[in-house]
Write a protein that binds this ligand. Structure first.
Ligand SMILES: [Zn+2]
Length: 222
């Protein structure tokens, strides 16, 4: 979805792909969309990767590319046909995220390192789709920040249950159950529970890049 980034190249923060992606794949995809200038290397936060002639001897394991794609893909070659991928960091602090990357930490550290005072930041707009995007979404601020979640994907489904109205309803239901003796233990366990904090940022759904572009345009034109 290149359009919003072409239109507004003054974002405060862009957090790139996480999880199974790596710097080699992302760099080539951005180059294919001619967006390398929008996402310079120091603004890409993912698992570092490099082409090597032999597989590494330590985990995480390398991925051996297909000979044809390695020879023509711009990254690999006949002599460097192994893509060695490392962890972005060793996540020991966040149970929401995988071991290799906590986007919430990346987002928070990226904002703080650039601006110092989070209260003075302009609006942050975060676009995501997968479960790994829930953590950074929950780091966003009330009222001013916006999170775009891909409709019917894990991120939007999870965050829809963490809207303040839903969590308030769930809390009220739980309180009602607590104050009035449940008829059965099974009935009591059916009440929804939330171990996550409510989502503070505004949640908007998107189906394609045009939805995100329209949302960004609307927010920036206010
Ligand atoms: Zn996390």
């Amino acid at each position: 979805m290149p359009r919003p980034y072409r239109s507004h190249a003054t974002y405060t923060c862009v957090v790139s792909k996480s999880g199974d992606a790596n710097s080699e794949f992302i760099t080539q995809i951005l180059a294919g969309y001619k967006l390398s200038h929008v996402f310079p290397p120091d603004r890409i936060f993912t698992n570092p990767a490099k082409w090597t002639a032999a597989p590494p001897t330590v985990l995480p394991p390398a991925f051996k590319s297909q000979t044809a794609s390695a020879a023509s893909g711009g990254g690999g070659s006949a002599s460097n046909e192994w893509l060695s991928v490392s962890y972005h960091h060793n996540n020991k602090w966040c149970s929401r995220c995988p071991l290799n990357l906590c986007k919430g930490k990346v987002l928070t550290e990226n904002i703080l390192s650039r601006h110092g005072d989070i209260k003075s930041l302009p609006p942050v707009m975060y676009v995501g789709d997968g479960g790994g995007d829930v953590c950074p979404a929950l780091c966003l601020r009330r009222s001013i920040d916006v999170v775009f979640g891909r409709n019917n994907y894990a991120m939007h489904k999870k965050l829809s249950n963490l809207l303040p109205t839903n969590t308030t309803t769930a809390a009220a239901a739980t309180a009602a159950t607590t104050n009035s003796a449940p008829t059965t233990a099974a009935a009591a366990t059916k009440q929804p529970t939330f171990s996550e904090p409510p989502l503070r940022a505004t949640l908007k759904a998107w189906a394609d890049g045009n939805d995100v572009a329209a949302g960004v345009d609307a927010l920036l034109s206010k």
